[in-house]
Design a protein around this ligand. Structure first.
Ligand code: SF4
Length: 320
């Protein structure tokens, strides 16, 4: 019996551009051979630069994007066969300004999923809605107001309340605080941590902000050009990062990375476009340790412990 709530196996997501005048099309591998397990009750964070495929991965798990290859299992069952999937899995989007219907009152927004997905009576629905809005730190009087009457932080609280309304087990949080003022971000992160305990939730947490990830996550998967290049316990990734790309991400946040200046890796060059993914190790065009083999051969996963692994030729001769 596995304690994994979600399992992603060999997932590829490919975007196809429109056919050109010669009938050709270009393929963009937004997610490339990703495999991940998320244990019940944990917060797994996906870190990486914009454009690395984090949000595409989130949308694919949410069944908003169809994968080219691979499968996603929830409680051991393929998500495409689960009729009650959206009762169990919910998403919090980045932008609380566009994720709430401006023409609906907050009460209507929160009632809608219950009216569509359950046979509960009106007064039972009202009780759940009032309970959930208070759980996110807002008064039940806000149910009669419209989204435009709230600040960004309050709107994100409402979006979080909506994500909880069907009592899901698993929540995907896709950059949930990056559109908010810094002063509000900590409040929302603390709220998510509290809700995780109160409702026994499991999270896939997407963020480009390593300070936020360090604070909230149990494990981190680092993504580069659609691929997981390193995964490990949060503490281990921060204290003993292995992959040069992970080290470079940490070097960009000096307060999180106390290494000497000479040990820091400063990223050079732009993230290659997904249409022109480099051969071999995808990071070789920016890696200060690049070797000939990196330019032609794709590195395999090297395991350092049960919880920590990375894809890099620097560790090929490691004794595990
Ligand atoms: Fe750098 Fe080579 Fe490791 Fe890629 S495989 S991260 S290019 S050393």
């Amino acid at each position: 019996m596995t304690d994994n709530l979600l399992e992603i196996k060999n997932l590829d997501v490919v975007y196809r551009s429109q056919k050109n005048v010669f009938g050709g099309e270009s393929l963009v591998y937004a997610v490339n051979n990703v495999s991940l397990d998320i244990k019940k009750g944990e917060i797994l964070a996906i870190a990486g630069e914009s454009g690395c495929g984090k949000s595409t991965l989130a949308k694919t798990v949410m069944k908003l994007v169809t994968p080219e290859r691979g499968e996603i299992l929830f409680e051991g069952n393929n998500i495409s066969n689960l009729s009650d999937f959206y009762k169990k899995v919910q998403i919090i989007f980045q932008n609380p300004y566009s994720s709430l219907n401006p023409k609906m009152k907050i009460g209507e927004i929160l009632k809608e999923p219950l009216e569509i997905n359950t046979k509960l009576k009106k007064d039972e629905i009202q009780t759940i809605v009032e309970d959930k809005i208070q759980k996110v730190g807002l008064d039940k009087n806000v149910l009669n107001l419209y989204p435009h009457e709230f600040s960004g932080g309050q709107r994100q609280r409402i979006a979080i309340a909506r994500s909880l309304i069907l009592s899901p087990e698993f929540i995907i949080a896709d950059e949930p605080v990056s559109a908010l003022d810094v002063s509000i971000q900590a409040q929302i992160i603390n709220l998510l941590k509290q809700l995780k305990e109160d409702f026994n939730l499991t999270f896939l947490f997407i963020s480009h902000d390593l300070s936020v990830i360090k604070y909230i996550s149990d494990r981190i998967a680092v993504m580069y050009l659609g691929e997981i290049v390193e995964i490990g316990l949060t503490e281990e990734i921060f204290s003993n990062p292995k992959h040069p790309y992970t080290k470079a991400l940490l070097s960009a946040v000096p307060e999180l990375n106390p290494a000497d200046e000479k040990e820091r890796i400063h990223l050079t060059g732009e993230l290659p476009s997904p249409e022109n993914i480099p051969q071999g190790c995808k990071f070789h065009t920016r890696c200060p340790y690049v070797m000939d083999v990196c330019k032609t051969t794709h590195p395999e996963n090297i395991k350092f412990s049960d919880n920590h692994s990375c894809k890099c030729f620097l560790y090929d001769n490691c004794v595990v």
